[in-house]
Design a protein around this ligand. Structure first.
Ligand SMILES: Cc1cc2nc3c(=O)[nH]c(=O)nc-3n(C[C@H](O)[C@H](O)[C@H](O)COP(=O)(O)OP(=O)(O)OC[C@H]3O[C@@H](n4cnc5c(N)ncnc54)[C@H](O)[C@@H]3O)c2cc1C
Length: 330
């Protein structure tokens, strides 16, 4: 790996957004470096992804293999650094008036790579309960994506932890499949949109809204059998027997490496212009779940990645034409 090279683009991530960006950068003959901790992205833990367009059923692991294989088709154009975690992206050598800069990308093992542009596609990680049983039963009854996994809970009794819009939408997804649905929320009342709250309350499959509930433990044997929680008003500990627990308490964008470079929204997501995937800093583009795009899905991330790559190419072409340095050295 060449630490003295100046890449056209450095792509951060190894999920659908980053891989799509890398494939398009390669085909546009942009000299690229993809840095990722792993390939596949968040749905790698899913046994059966049913909405990856073109594949009615694919496991998260198989999707990860396909993504990695696709980007490795272009070894001359896309170098890959794996596993490596980006910890900071800095702008350097800026032509101040136009804010056209090069970038230095630092990683957790002390390497620094340089580029003319950056695509941030580092995705997000699910906010977790942090209670016993959550890790142990992930994929065995503990789930984090109702759009993806609700059909796997057909006929079951299921709890959704989280009473915001994500939790309510998860309950709506589950009504189509599950036998009984319970919503547990830490607060005194649900925090989602009133219209959605009204709608879900009319559904006969909603068997309970449990407020003031602090989840203490996910219970199980080989699969989830229940949930232990505390009523924070009475301090009473209770158990709810369920075969599934959907954790919908938000996600955390992996945007820490650009927090001092680009504008983040109040949730820590990279704010982008949706037409061009531009961030607030020229030359820095973002795609997929790390952004403030409200829809978090594999197919959307792929489209976002393509958009970011095409925009990076347009930026680089324009930069070559307009930069004062280019005029001095035609
Ligand atoms: C359990 C689960 C199941 C899901 N199932 C489905 C489904 O069935 N269908 C669907 O459409 N969507 C599904 N989703 C949502 C989907 O996974 C995401 O929308 C999608 O993965 C986002 O892609 P992304 O490329 O933006 O980011 P991610 O998938 O989050 O990928 C980010 C990548 O960046 C790497 N990375 C992170 N930080 C750094 C760093 N600092 N330096 C270097 N690399 C870094 C990670 O290793 C990862 O490879 C699911 C999500 C979850 C959590």
């Amino acid at each position: 790996m060449d630490q003295t090279a100046l890449y056209d683009v450095i792509i951060i991530g190894g999920g659908p957004a980053a891989v799509a960006a890398a494939v398009y950068c390669a085909r546009k003959k942009l000299k690229s470096l993809l840095i990722t901790e792993s390939f596949g992205g968040q749905s790698i833990v899913s046994d059966d992804i049913q909405n990856w367009i073109g594949d009615p059923h694919i496991s998260g692991l198989d999707l990860a293999k396909k993504l990695e294989a696709h980007v490795r088709v272009y070894p001359d154009m896309v170098e890959i650094k794996l596993p490596e975690k980006v910890v900071e992206v800095k702008s350097v050598k800026c032509e101040e008036a136009a804010r056209i800069c090069d970038f230095e990308v630092k990683t957790d093992n002390g390497n620094t790579y340089s580029s003319k542009s950056v695509i941030v596609a580092a995705g997000a990680r699910r906010r977790r309960l942090g209670v016993p049983g959550e890790d142990q039963f992930e994929g065995k009854g503990v789930a984090f994506c109702s759009t993806c996994d609700a059909p796997l809970f057909a006929g079951k009794k299921v709890a959704v932890v989280g009473g915001g819009n994500a939790g309510l939408e998860a309950a709506q997804d589950l009504f189509k499949y599950a036998q009984e649905v319970y919503i547990l929320d830490f607060g005194e009342q649900l925090k989602g949109d009133p219209v959605t709250i009204d709608e879900i309350q009319k559904n006969p499959k909603l068997k309970g809204i449990i407020n003031n509930a602090q989840t203490l433990e996910v219970l199980g044997d080989k699969l989830v059998t229940g949930l232990k929680y505390k009523d924070v008003k009475t301090n009473e500990e209770k158990t709810l027997e369920v075969g599934g627990v959907f954790v919908e308490i938000g996600s955390v964008p992996n945007a820490e490496m650009v927090k001092d470079l680009v504008q983040l929204d109040p949730h820590g997501q990279v704010m982008i212009n949706f037409q061009h995937a531009r961030t607030s800093h020229p030359g820095v583009f973002a795609a997929g779940d790390v952004t403030d795009d409200p829809y978090k899905q594999n197919n959307i991330s792929v489209g976002d990645g393509v958009r970011a790559a095409l925009s990076a190419q347009a930026y680089l072409q324009n930069k070559e034409k307009t930069s004062p340095a280019a005029e001095k050295h035609p």
